[in-house]
Write a protein of this length. Sequence first.
Length: 223
Amino acid sequence: MSFSQNWEDTYQNNRHISVWPWPNLISYFYKTYDRTSSVKVLEIGCGAGANIPFFQSLPNVEYFGIDGSPNIIEKLKGRFPELKDNLKASDFTKDIPFDLKFDYIFDRGAMCCVSLEAVKKTLQQLKDFAKEDAHYIGIDWYSTEHTARESGESIGDNGNTRDNYKDGPFQGIGPVHFFSKEEIEDIFKESEILNLKLNKTKDYFPKKTENNIFASWDLIVKL
Ligand SMILES: C[S@@+](CC[C@H](N)C(=O)[O-])C[C@H]1O[C@@H](n2cnc3c(N)ncnc32)[C@H](O)[C@@H]1O
């Protein structure tokens, strides 16, 4: 399973334009970041660039990003002209278009847009772009405990990859994978998981979403 055209359509319709950095990414990055050394950071599935200003605010950090949507990459180049050579439109399951090695590779909510097999293949190929001590940071990998795991339509991975949501935040974005703890342990069985956290919240209001559970994983792995 590769990049879903639904994301290109989503961005053309100005949906999912997040512009503020995700707080979990900030706290997880600081767990291993040493501000005295220069680091190269690659974000896969960078979307509308919510996380870019955070990395630009840090000393000695060089940011690179890829996204499957040419539309959003063009918009980002307009917003961050100084990064125009570091931002590329590419399907991360097929091609990482940089001839570089990175200290950090991360995604926020992007690995959950493809099937389990594609996640494994992508992480395997990312090892060629990782420096010896590189960290992979994954933020908001949706969990099987998320309420939405039980709606939409199963399209594989024993029901953990789903599509065709009729409403809610997953409507119109294409496939979504919900990870179990066992799947994550298996994906990284040849690497060292340093941190793995399940974030879980429950809605009480509004009544429309009462009892909905939001559940996602954050992880740091030494690749
Ligand atoms: C939930 S959005 C997250 C965007 C951004 N990381 C953020 O935190 O706001 C997921 C992003 O992953 C991108 N994406 C999904 N599958 C992809 C693939 N196979 N190759 C490249 N980008 C992909 C989508 O285009 C989208 O921008």
